[in-house]
Design a protein around this ligand. Structure first.
Ligand code: NAD
Length: 486
């Protein structure tokens, strides 16, 4: 059993008012792996009040080097607790060990370091010189200031990674914060509070609310006038609702939403078959916003690509769903609800006329948890719903294209615009395609576009704003112009 996920409010790690808890269900077994405090509206109010007070009544937002030192200490504590974090994401998130040792935990910890390293590059004050304007001579400054109280609402798929991306950036920027993790992954949020307390983060500056109800606590943060900014990662549908609900208080919004990214392998790509084989969707059972879940291959090499995929899926059949294998990157999906949702897309794909090349079944023989096979549809048309909608499971769809223009057209024919992947033997050709993709990040010829010092975020309905790097900290800042009479 995992430790109980507690609330962290005004510097105190505690149970919910009234002591209510809920079950934390483990995806590998479908059984209870822990308990979590089930926050009441009273608790959410207390967290917002504490964050507001800490922002308005302390000097937290103006002590830049102190925050830098404190966040470095916080990062060190997170790193010192690496093994604990790995156990949390394995049991609570259903992460396989291979995924825990990459994006889930290792990537999250590197991300904290990346933000700490980016912090000194923030320009807190810029001298814009003297100017005569409307008859007034002034010496002018542009200063950056902390936005205020930030509500962070996060998903269950890579919870530590997202929590760290928001909390370390927001606290470095001098905001005070209330973190509301997803109901399925409460401990990945609660541990952030526990370690913040240990690091000595002043009371009220950071607060964590866990709740079984997916909407109430989040909507309280979004609608409360005491909260200045919402940083949200999750589905596009909930992102739209947050924009609507945040409207009356004109909330600053920073939204990291869904994706349906295209992996374009051009006809001259070196190691064509091997590249196609590597494109199977397996990492964390496909539950990643940035995973390229649409594979675009040239029609001239389509049969070869399908053959390579058949081989790849056959070879992968025994390499997933092992709790103890450190090389395994795919375990179960998060919940029964998610399993049903993903399986409904498998049925939809069949009805839409795509050909199921591999997988497509749930796997009760893997254990009592929420397992389904890595799945691949070929002969997919980009108009099909399985090509347009985010499935968020281990499902790849394969679409043929005629030429580079057609590949770009198909890739951009999506409401999403998070990431893209391009491969070609001719770097300039690959770059021409990459520049035409309407996405926030692109990997070219095996490059990695996700790194703690690079901004990450979406075009179109994949989001607003950028996380990570200097840009990820700047999302939490306001800009003020000051003119001093000369
Ligand atoms: P979700 O949108 O269902 O929930 C995300 C969070 O929002 C949870 O904490 C949930 O409790 C909360 N929430 C739900 N309804 C709310 C409401 N009305 N008001 C306020 N908060 C509300 O997403 P999920 O199923 O937890 O996560 C999967 C989604 O997250 C996928 O769409 C995935 O692409 C996206 N995601 C995006 C990124 C990115 O950086 N772009 C990263 C990870 C995940």
């Amino acid at each position: 059993m995992l430790p109980e996920a507690k609330l962290y409010i005004d510097g105190v790690l505690r149970s919910a008012a009234g002591g209510k808890t809920y079950d934390n269900i483990g995806p590998w077994t479908g059984q209870v792996v822990g308990k979590a405090a089930d926050a009441s509206p009273e608790d959410v109010n207390a967290a917002i009040a504490a964050a507001r007070r800490a922002f308005d009544e302390t000097d937290w937002s103006t002590r830049h080097s102190y925050r830098h030192e404190l966040m470095t200490r916080y990062r060190d504590l997170l790193v010192a607790n690496r093994d604990k974090l790995v156990e949390i994401v394995r049991h609570e998130v259903g992460s396989a060990l291979g995924a825990a040792h990459s994006a889930q935990v290792a990537g999250a910890l590197e991300g904290a370091t990346g933000l700490i390293e980016a912090f000194p590059s923030i320009e807190w004050q810029e001298d814009r010189g003297r100017r005569r304007q409307y008859g007034f001579d002034s010496d002018r400054l542009v200063v950056r200031e902390s936005m205020g109280v930030a509500g962070a609402i996060t998903p269950w798929n890579v919870p530590l990674y997202v929590n760290i991306g928001k909390v370390v950036a927001g606290l470095l920027a001098g905001c005070t914060m209330v973190l509301k993790p997803a109901p399925d992954t409460p401990l990945s949020g609660s541990i952030m509070g526990e370690l913040a307390m240990e690091a000595g983060v002043p009371k009220g500056v950071f607060n964590v609310i866990t709740s079984s109800d997916p909407t109430t606590a989040g909507e309280m943060l979004v609608t409360d006038p005491r909260v200045d900014l919402i940083t949200f990662t999750g589905s596009t549908g909930v992102g739209k609702r947050i924009m609507e609900k945040g409207g009356p208080t004109l909330k600053r919004l920073f939204l990291e939403l869904g994706g349906k990214s295209a992996n374009i392998i051009l006809d001259d790509a070196p190691d064509f078959a091997a590249r196609v084989m590597r494109s199977i969707v397996s990492f964390h059972a496909g539950q990643g916003c940035a995973i390229a879940t649409r594979l675009l291959v040239p029609r001239s090499r389509y049969a070869e690509a399908v053959g390579a995929l058949e081989k790849a899926y056959a070879g992968f059949a025994t390499k997933w769903g092992d709790f103890n294998d450190p090389t395994c990157v795919m375990g179960p999906v998060i919940s029964k609800r998610q399993l049903d949702r993903v399986m409904s897309y498998v049925e939809l794909g069949k009805r839409e006329g795509a050909r199921l090349l591999a997988g497509g079944n749930t796997r009760t023989d893997k254990g009592g948890g929420f397992f389904m096979e890595p799945t691949c549809f070929v002969d997919v048309n980009n108009k099909m719903r399985i090509a347009q909608e985010e499935i968020f499971g281990p499902v790849l769809v394969v679409i043929p294209f005629e030429n580079d223009d057609d590949a770009v057209r198909i890739a951009n024919d999506s409401e999403y615009g998070l990431c893209g992947v391009v491969a070609s033997g001719d770097k300039e050709r690959a770059m021409r395609v990459a520049r035409r993709l309407r996405t926030g990040s692109v990997s070219v010829n095996g490059g990695m576009c996700i790194a703690p010092d690079l901004p990450f975020g979406g075009y179109k309905r994949s989001g607003i704003g950028r996380e990570w790097g200097r840009e990820g900290i700047e999302e939490f800042l306001e800009t003020k112009a000051i003119a001093i009479g000369a």
